[in-house]
Design a protein around this ligand. Structure first.
Ligand code: SAM
Length: 253
């Protein structure tokens, strides 16, 4: 997979995603990551990326032009055989649209669709992702429309910028790519995979400050352990996220 992130503070994404498990995956070539500075794609002398909103109101809105130019730059890299701008404006020199490799575009915004593990699984199957991070009051609406972006929110709260949201989305996708975790079991037993929250986990020591690890986990009886974990998983989901349990019951088994 190739992942491109367009942002005003791309160093945040570079630093986060080049660390730990995702960093190792990138180093080992299991994924390619390019974090773009949107300022470099401006077409004005001041390299300005944002301006006052039409209609008035507080704050600044990010311009559509640098975002579209950055996307077109990536499109050119993905389609070295296509000459000229693959934007459609230069139709005589560009092959028909359907012959171009186009990244799936994600635009991060609190007004997007709430992001879930199912989205991470679906997006991990894409070859190319282009992730747009907003800042200030957000992004000119035309960027989303022109690039046919999937608008995603990582939760019902507002961050300063989309960079942290991009890291969240990118991390959740990268860890699902083949070979990034040692085995699919690493994520298939985790929360949300089967619609429930994960059971409680324990590691050494068997007793800490008088608190003992549940006897069943020391029994070596795999079937008993499996049943205990299933029970605990249901119990926790019922207590913390009853909404998940409702959907779990509705889902075909
Ligand atoms: N004015 C926007 C609104 O009310 O929906 C909020 C803009 S926010 C301060 C700046 C940027 O941070 C957004 O453009 C988006 O890229 C990012 N952002 C903030 N909260 C987010 C969230 N919950 N999910 C995804 N992106 C978020």
């Amino acid at each position: 997979m190739r992942m491109d992130i367009a942002a005003l503070f791309p160093d945040i994404c570079t630093a986060v995603l080049n660390a730990s498990i995702t960093g190792r995956a990138i180093k080992e070539g299991k994924a390619q990551l390019f974090c773009h500075q949107l300022r470099e794609y401006t077409e004005n002398r001041q390299k300005q990326t944002d301006g006052y909103p039409y209609g008035g109101g507080p704050g600044k809105v990010m311009f559509v032009q640098p975002i579209v130019s950055c996307y077109e730059h990536v499109l050119e890299e993905l389609n070295p055989q296509a000459q000229g701008l693959p934007s459609g404006e230069n139709s005589e020199t560009v092959p028909p649209d359907n012959s171009l490799v186009r990244p799936h575009v994600i635009l991060l915004t609190p007004s997007g669709k709430p992001y879930t593990q199912a989205d991470a699984v679906r997006l991990s199957q894409k070859e190319n992702l282009f992730i747009i991070c907003g800042h200030y009051e957000g992004i000119d609406e035309r960027a989303s429309i022109l690039l046919e972006a999937e608008e995603i929110s990582i939760g019902d709260y507002v961050l300063t910028g989309g960079e942290l949201a991009a890291c969240v989305v990118a991390d959740s996708i990268l860890r699902l790519l083949p070979g990034v975790l040692s085995s699919p079991e690493n994520y298939e037993e985790e929360s949300f995979w089967n619609g429930l929250l994960e059971y409680p986990q324990y590691a050494r020591p068997a007793e800490y400050r008088g608190m003992k690890v549940p006897e069943v986990l020391l029994s070596g009886d795999h079937e008993k352990i499996r049943k205990w974990r299933q029970e605990k998983s249901l119990e926790k989901t019922q207590r913390v996220r009853p909404d998940l349990l409702e959907n779990h019951k509705k889902a075909p088994s």
